[in-house]
Design a protein around this ligand. Structure first.
Ligand code: NOJ
Length: 764
């Protein structure tokens, strides 16, 4: 519907005795006037209806699926729908709202567009491994272009939950362990989705989630409790949400977890004091899936009580559970909530719809021919292949085994070798699983007749069939071979023996990470390790292509396998992109956004930890009465920021433009980086700072800048970082954001461990 048709409807409303509304330009005052006039005509039931978000049932992450959707739309009892796609279906639902409901208020349509829509990009943890903000923004832009072409206007992304616990399955959906990296990615994604104009027909409204601290669930168990000091919250976990909001994100989703005794969805301090009063957020807040109802299981009272409490905490929209719809009117009549509370929430949702241009033209996202032209466009697929290649992290490459030569026979072995449906990775609900090439298909597409590729599945994904079923849901199947393991292994080894080199495609299936996929053992499953051991026994060179949605414990693999390429889940073009890297068309440049521990018992293990009062002496891994373990050193297997290249980079000495940084000044840090190998390649130059002494304890090191540079063989570049007092600020014991004068260490290097240091003093 365009503005003209809306005006006709309004004309009819005038005739019916209702004052006319006019759609006007998108200035604040015009929007306010428009919504004032609209709300004056709304009954309390219609206002509560706007707060109701239902699912069309295509994607469900809980037990409830909405019923009677069509009738409710007509009655004005629904504000938005999620998990409905295609211009045709969305147009039909929108027509019910704008033609058959009393006030013709359009619906908002959302979906989990997490790392791509039809063209799927690497899982977010893989995207973070690119350390390429421009590229990440482009992936969000393409996701928005595709999703908006298919009828949608709202995405439940970015997920910016910092997580330092690899047991937590949803670490795959975020940007890893670091506050700074996650914050910069959060901004890039919001810009990518929303563009410069939310009302454009190719943008989506972003939804920052899961507010807050969802990634700090106790013991890495999904949906579990979070309990955290305020200064850790403000310094380490909250900044990415704030960065996304400062970048203009239009909406926020609550998290499921309890926070220091009050679940996020009922947490007034979090949703109002922090989000609105301290951060000035003006958009709307939606709950996570049935999160209001789940407050009953948290033990906060019955549905009426928890619904009232959520509304008063500052929640605007109730996802799926219909606690608001079914109880708020009663609570209003009983004086448990006020009309002001309901109006506030309703207004915020109407504002979002106004900003999306839905009152102007509710069908602006419903052009079927645009969908046909846009989805899986060749340029989108080319970008997906490029990004995937840049997300892979080369963990080990003894004697330059990689890249492989494009000749001879390669044996591709393992349960992840020929499964297209697992390549997109978790939370890729709109992916076309039928037409996603597997690694085997990708290698054959790249190499044609040049290389003889032979294949064997080698092992089941998991020994336990029930576990494998849980790990291959939503069509992400991997066939099982139920013959005795020894028989299958013997066949695989016989295949491997015919080859010059073995590529072992092992690790997790895509559904072994993601929502409700926490693990206590974060190694490669034992049955696959046994396969790997047999392949190594052949004496042939073995390359491990590792699929994973989380940091894994790879001590044995690191000790025995000569080359390890971690490819996460690279999206639609994974198969081709892995082939590009294995055979040297692309030089890997990814760096780990999360620490890989030696042992799961070290978790949470992260580079920016605090100092202890009993640190180890330099060069020692165990000392009695010092902070350590008896059996394993405190070191990670692979540190944050780590990743190799087919080439090598040499760092010159770092230098600083000054010794003292006045609080209004700029300090420059210089380092020359040279490509000393034989391949052109990209390097991520990382800058960390540490505050030598503070009023509260400070992390040993914090990322404060990075630059990704391309160097041809023999080429050298000077990298310059600028530091100001802003980079040195933190939240002190009073939660004041301060920089304290004194000495700082600045460290620059190729990862968080291998750095060179300089020192400077912040003066008053
Ligand atoms: C539950 C998940 O926690 C959330 O991330 C997602 O956006 C919603 N379900 C909607 O699918």
């Amino acid at each position: 519907m365009n503005a003209r048709i809306y005006t006709l409807i309004l004309g009819a409303m005038v005739m019916a005795g209702l004052p006319a509304l006019q759609v006007k330009a998108q200035s604040g005052a015009d929007m306010d006037r428009f919504i004032d006039e609209l709300m004056q005509q709304m009954t309390i039931e219609e206002k509560i209806g706007q707060l109701n978000l239902v699912t069309a049932g295509e994607v469900t992450t809980g037990s409830v699926v909405s019923t009677g959707v069509e009738a409710k739309i007509k009655e004005g009892k629904i504000g938005g729908i999620f998990s409905m796609t295609t211009p045709k279906r969305i147009r039909a639902a929108q027509e019910l709202a704008v033609n058959q409901s009393r006030l013709k208020i359009p619906l908002i349509f959302g979906l989990d567009v997490i790392h791509g829509y039809k063209t799927i990009f690497p899982i977010p943890l893989g995207l973070a491994a690119t350390w390429d903000l421009g590229l990440i923004e482009e992936t969000a832009r393409i996701s928005a272009v595709e999703a908006a072409a298919d009828g949608l206007n709202w995405t439940f992304s970015p997920m910016v939950d910092v997580s330092r616990d690899a047991r937590w399955g949803r670490i795959s959906e975020g940007s890893g362990e670091d506050t700074y990296l996650t914050s910069r990615i959060a901004e890039a994604m919001v810009h990518g989705y929303q563009g410069n104009n939310l009302a454009a027909d190719n943008t989506l409204m972003a939804c920052v989630k899961h507010f807050a601290l969802y990634g700090a669930a106790e013991a890495g168990r999904d949906y579990n409790t979070t309990d955290m000091s305020l200064h850790r919250m403000y310094n380490e976990y909250l900044p990415p949400y704030k960065a996304a909001i400062d970048a203009g994100a239009g909406s926020v989703m609550t998290s499921f977890n309890d926070i220091n005794g009050v679940p996020a969805t009922a947490n007034k301090w979090l949703m109002t004091d922090v989000l609105r009063d301290q951060w000035g957020f003006h958009g709307f807040v939606v709950t996570d899936y049935t999160a209001v109802n789940e407050l009953m299981d948290h033990g906060l009272g019955d549905l009426q009580e928890v619904s009232a409490r959520s509304l008063q905490a500052g929640i605007d929209m109730d996802m799926v559970g219909e606690g608001f719809l079914s109880t708020l009117k009663k609570s209003l009549d009983e004086g448990r909530v006020s009309e002001v509370d309901i109006d506030r929430a309703c207004r915020r949702i109407l504002e979002a719809k106004y900003q999306l241009g839905l009152f102007d033209d509710p069908f602006r996202y419903c052009d079927e021919s645009r969908a046909e032209r846009t989805l899986l466009a060749p340029a989108h697929l080319a970008k997906a292949r490029e990004v995937a290649g840049k997300s892979f992290v080369l963990l080990k490459n003894d004697q330059q085994l990689l890249p492989l030569k494009k000749k001879g026979t390669v044996a591709l072995i393992g349960p992840l070798a020929n499964t297209g449906s697992n390549m997109p990775g978790t939370w890729s609900v709109s992916a076309d699983l039928e037409h996603t090439p597997s690694l085997l298909e990708g290698m054959r597409a790249l190499l044609g007749e040049q290389v003889n590729i032979i294949h064997h599945q080698g092992a089941n994904l998991l020994e336990d069939a029930d576990y494998q079923e849980r790990a291959t849901m939503f069509g992400r199947t991997i066939p099982r071979d139920d013959r005795p393991e020894a028989e299958v292994l013997a066949e695989a080894v016989a295949t491997a023996q015919q080859a010059d080199v073995i590529v072992a495609a092992l690790g997790e299936s895509s559904e072994m990470s993601g929502e409700s996929s926490s693990r206590t053992d974060i190694g490669i499953p034992a049955i696959q390790q046994r396969l790997l051991a047999e392949l190594l026994k052949t004496g042939k060179p073995v390359v491990l292509v590792l699929f994973t949605g989380r940091p894994l414990t790879l001590g044995w693999e690191d000790a025995h396998v000569p080359a390890i390429l971690n490819v996460w889940f690279g999206g639609t073009e994974t198969g081709k992109a892995v082939a590009d890297v294995l055979f040297g068309d692309v030089n890997p440049s990814g760096k780990l956004p999360a620490t890989f521990p030696q042992h799961v018992g070290q978790v949470p293990l992260y580079y920016s930890h605090k100092k202890t009062g009993r640190p180890l002496a330099e060069g020692q891994w165990f000392q009695k009465f010092r902070s350590n373990y008896l059996d394993v050193s405190n070191d990670p297997l692979y540190p944050f920021g780590y990743g190799l290249s087919y080439t090598t980079f040499a760092y010159g000495e770092i230098s600083l433009s000054r010794d003292n940084l006045p609080s209004n000044g700029v300090l420059e840090v210089y380092v020359d980086v040279r490509n000393t190998g034989n391949y052109g390649g990209e390097e991520v130059v990382q800058l960390y700072i540490s505050d030598v002494a503070g009023s509260i304890t400070r992390p040993v090191k914090e990322l404060k800048g990075f630059q990704k540079i391309w160097l041809e063989p023999g080429q050298s570049k000077r990298v310059v970082f600028e530091l100001t007092v802003e980079d040195l600020k933190f939240y002190d014991a009073n939660l004041d954001h301060v920089a304290e004068p004194g000495e700082f260490v600045v460290a620059v290097g190729t990862n968080s461990r291998d750095v060179q240091e300089g020192r400077f003093t912040l003066t008053d």
